[in-house]
Design a protein around this ligand. Sequence first.
Ligand SMILES: [Zn+2]
Length: 282
Amino acid sequence: MRIFDPHIHMTSRTTDDYEAMYAAGVRAVVEPAFWLGQPRTSPASFFDYFDALLGWEPFRAAQYGIAHHCTIALNPKEANDPRCTPVLDELPRYLVKDGVVAVGEIGYDSMTPAEDHALAVQLQLAAEHGLPAMVHTPHRDKLTGLRRTIDVVRESALATDRVLLDHLNETTVREAKDSGAWLGFSVYPDTKMDEDRMVAILDEYGPEKVLVNSAADWGKSDPLKTRKVADAMLKAGFDEDAVDLVLWRNPVAFYGLSGRLDLDPSTPEALHEGNSILRGGE
Ligand SMILES: [Zn+2]
């Protein structure tokens, strides 16, 4: 089984996770730029983070046989912090880089005017750079947030079929599907979707344009949720082709819209900017 986790924050995860993910079949990941938990106080913090998503983290993933790409953006939460918003002006120089396969994650957190502005600006940047957009939908007030997100996407220069609406659930899947966007589901240990609810949604709405992710980060989360959904699908009677569609071909098709997906993690470099991953200079 080959698995592509289209949304996982490996910066917050350990090498044990990489090993377990590889053993479970994960061969490719996309790491969206996000909030680190600790608020950033200046655009410079974003630049070092973006550079890590483009350099250090793919280097680390390659040691474990996993192809790593990223999406770059000002995240919805920090779009509200005037110390952070100047990063919007600097995004174009990152969006031209090879490892960047979408603008993201963008979208709404609390649905403020500052978030409206950041979302509209970044959808425009995606259109200008020929990139798809990975859009986080809010965890609170989900249906209102989804509708407002779809409205802003429709008003933007980016076609809806180049947008992934993520963190969907039973309350938002119907309208998201009707919009023509790609459909993302984050499967967490306690909240949001679980494996069985995910399978029920796949039963009802079909596997087309559906992407399943672990969204594993610095909070309680499980980087093997993609594999657990695949197993639950098989147990519920989906065939291997449907599993491959959801867990591999759909994320490849969506992020492939960038023209930049390179799924061969190749031979890992021995050094990244002079650093070996091995302690003690072995
Ligand atoms: Zn995320």
